[in-house]
Design a protein around this ligand. Sequence first.
Ligand code: E4P
Length: 221
Amino acid sequence: MKIFLDTANLESIKKFNDMGLLDGITTNPSLLSKEGGNPKNAMEEITKIIKGDVSLEVVSTEYSGMIKEGKRLREYGDNVVVKVPMTADGLKACKSLSSEGIPVNVTLIFSPNQALLAAKSGAKYVSPFIGRLDDIGQNGMHLIKEIKEIFSNYNFGTEILVASIRHPIHVVDAAKIGADVVTLPPIVLDKMLQHPLTKIGLDNFLADWEKLKQKNPDATI
Ligand code: E4P
């Protein structure tokens, strides 16, 4: 399963990229807005730091605007995936951009039918938002299972990019279903690194090493 980071924060991107964990990045207008500053600089930097796919989202809502913006976004790098919303114009833009060899991520997917249509339009990725479904009392992970079953039935090449992830259990469940990608807020990736027994174990090892050093001050590794 590929891991993308769902952020426009350069510090977090560098931190996890240096650990070799990142296969790509997803951004959206809200994430860029949260960082402040000039979004162009952020998008340029991110596409340079990350070798894998970087999803950058259009803000136009009609077809021709999406195409113009999509092509402009692609100028940031060959690794740019154009993110379009799951609307009629978004699917039309998905079809045109994909036919020209520009990969597209169809975002704001909340039903299996939306995922099916996005795949038919040639999307490289569909982004079902599971946390936002959980928030309104629906089962977000059930949607991932349904999309996985549909895509497997017809051998669609479109990848399932599980978005709006809220906690590490979402990641385990998505991996068990066989989702292609999870996109994680930095806080979730941080939590995945940790386990209380790892910390206790390390503290004990270091305390025992100090005891050994007291008996044998010349001890080294
Ligand atoms: C994915 O591409 C979206 O940017 C993101 O996962 C949305 O998550 P949210 O529901 O936490 O805003």
